[in-house]
Design a protein around this ligand. Structure first.
Ligand SMILES: [Zn+2]
Ligand SMILES: [Zn+2]
Length: 596
């Protein structure tokens, strides 16, 4: 694996006589595997020189671009990247998506005519845009793991493994625990997770914009200190640490002086990334016996190209600290997230009822009450055992997250942008799994209505069997079913292309339709936070497309669906949706007639 630095400066390009050696261009690093797979990390102004180098070869170029986040210093070179213009070139561009806007929209924003003479659409190459969340993806022979960093914008760090070596790119990251900025102290919680992300890497390119003494004035700006980078790298057993995202105020001499202050242990090579620097990780590979176990297993269904916008998910907060509640509610509202509150004493019941994606427990007057609430939730077992629980408030309990059973903490004082980024990260991490179907408000009456049909676990009905066969032909799909959603399962009254007669409700697509009885179309499950990691998507039958029409009884209760599914992503035209509705109407007639 070859690593080439084209831009190492943070925040602002600062070319000039004082930055000749370390360089003045903003973040851009190229990585190439021995098989020739090209991965570009960020497209700051350094991307211009990289583009010239690639174009000079005079051959069509194909590659991948991983953007850490869309702050200017990481995308400003993009419109000047020559290989985006050649029609023979092919690119895939990946970045974490902000809520509401797609990557494509964000990137075209900086190329609006107010700012730039050409539009994104005028780039001649074939360019595909992908929105990322935390997770793993394969770019040919390069395994990429993405993990959220701590920065005022949604930012991903990337861990690349190929040729038996690993390089981690972690720019625009600030210690989660500000006390670690001085470079000492126990690494715990989210910082420990960060250290684990760097574990045993052959090379880590890490944010090191500040020195510990500069940090107090810059806390909350989203950058690390050299001391912190060194501390986590040492803890993580990293072999080489390249300090990067150099402060624009730092001259070549200042960077030399900075390096001279730090002494890394013998097994860690510490240096400052410099424009033009080339590192061949394969040639100087680790000891032959060293086995990199991190990453490597290729599971295409696990590709992280899921829709990361957390919109539609719900957050439950316990009452306490009205000012903080209002602030958080506003932030959630701006992100189109549903926020609900409950009394801390009723939290277990409220969680079971509303099935939130995230629970925030306010540590009000009584820390003991908050801790008790957490224990109640954890005692419910799965799926609530893994519900992200955040403890929020002022001067929180000193006990560790593990001891308290919480996922993380949000401690005052903090800025709104900090809270927003943290909330998004917790939710997106959740989004990597799958959204459990909400329970309808009238669930108990609904179940009574379903059971009154006397249809569950009964033999097949020839008419319904014909309808699902007809549906597979009509829509040219391998799977169709008449599904009934029971208390903890979905049972197929008729099915085509499905082996099991029933599946758990938590995995049921149709249970989502039952909770919200309208025609529901999922054009690509991998792009949908509710389904991307549903076991039916990540494993057999590897569903990529779903459409379900609710079966609503004449008494108003929705008992199930008529649904179709495919292993390929696709769309459903209005005329097809109408046909699905007609089939559902026939199924309803048959079901109610049987019962009459
Ligand atoms: Zn930056
Ligand atoms: Zn940034």
């Amino acid at each position: 694996m070859e690593v080439l630095f084209f831009g190492t400066r943070g925040s602002l390009p600062v070319p000039g006589p004082l930055t000749v050696r370390y360089g003045g261009n903003t973040s851009c690093t190229a990585v190439r595997s021995s098989r020739g797979t090209l991965v570009i990390l960020d497209m700051g102004t350094g991307a211009f020189a990289l583009g010239q180098t690639l174009a000079a070869a005079g051959k069509p170029v194909k590659g991948h671009v991983l953007i850490s986040h869309t702050h200017w210093d990481h995308i400003q070179g993009l419109p000047f990247f020559a290989p985006f213009f050649g029609p023979a070139n092919e690119w895939d561009v990946y970045a974490p998506r902000g809520p509401g806007t797609s990557l494509r929209e964000t990137l075209s924003g900086q190329m609006q005519y107010t700012y730039f003479p050409l539009e994104l659409e005028q780039l001649g190459a074939t360019i595909r845009y992908h929105d990322l969340v935390e997770g793993k993806l394969m770019l040919d022979d390069v395994t990429v793991e993405a993990q959220y960093l701590n920065h005022p914008a949604m930012t991903l760090g990337y861990r690349l493994t190929a040729d038996g070596v690993t390089a981690v790119y972690a720019l625009d990251h600030e210690p989660f625990d500000p006390a670690l900025a001085k470079g000492s102290g126990a690494i715990t919680g989210a910082d420990l997770r960060h250290a684990e992300f760097l574990a045993d890497a052959d090379l880590v390119i890490h944010d090191a914009q500040y020195l510990a003494e500069e940090y107090p004035a810059k806390a909350g700006w989203g950058h690390s200190t050299v001391e912190y980078a060194l501390h986590v790298a040492r803890e993580a057993g990293v072999r080489r640490l390249a300090l990067s995202h150099h402060d624009p105020n730092r001259s070549d001499e200042a960077i030399d002086a900075l390096l001279a202050r730090f002494k890394a242990p013998a097994d860690l090579e510490l240096f400052a990334a410099a424009e033009g620097m080339r590192i061949d990780l394969a040639a100087e590979s680790r000891r032959a016996d060293a086995h990199i176990s991190h990453g490597g297993d290729h599971d295409p269904a696990k590709m992280a190209m899921t829709e990361p916008a957390p919109g539609g998910q719900s957050v439950l907060m316990t009452q306490g600290n009205p000012l903080l509640m209002e602030r958080l509610a506003n932030i959630l509202h701006e992100d189109k997230l549903m926020a609900a509150t409950c009394d801390a004493r009723d939290v277990a019941e409220a969680v079971q009822r509303s099935r939130p994606s995230l629970l925030i427990i306010m540590e009000g007057e009584s820390a003991a009450a908050a801790i008790k609430a957490v224990r109640q939730i954890r005692d419910l077992g799965e799926p609530f055992g893994s519900l992200p629980i955040i403890l929020a408030g002022q001067s929180l309990s000193e006990r560790s997250n593990e001891e308290l059973g919480i996922t993380d903490r949000l401690e005052l004082p903090f800025t709104d942008s900090y809270a927003r980024t943290r909330l998004r990260a917790w939710l997106m991490r959740r989004a990597c799994k799958w959204g459990l179907p909400p329970i309808p408000v009238n669930e108990s009456e609904r179940l009574v209505a379903l059971r009154a049909l006397n249809i569950l676990d009964t033999p097949g009905d020839p008419l319904l069997d014909s309808l699902v066969t007809l549906a597979t032909d009509l829509f040219n799909v391998p799977i169709a079913a008449v599904t009934l959603v029971d208390a903890d399962r979905q049972w197929f009254k008729a099915r085509c292309g499905l082996d099991d007669p029933e599946t758990p409700r938590d995995e049921s697509f149709c249970a989502h339709v039952v909770a919200h009885p309208v025609t529901t179309i999922v054009p690509d499950t991998l792009l949908d936070t509710r389904f991307a990691e549903n076991p039916g998507v990540t494993g057999p039958p590897y569903l990529r497309f779903y459409a379900g029409h609710p079966i609503v009884l004449s008494n108003g209760h929705c008992v199930g669906t008529v649904c179709i599914a495919d292993v390929r992503p696709r769309q459903l035209r209005q005329s097809e949706m109408d046909r699905l509705a007609k089939i559902a109407a026939l199924a309803l007639q048959a079901i109610e007639a049987d019962n009459a």
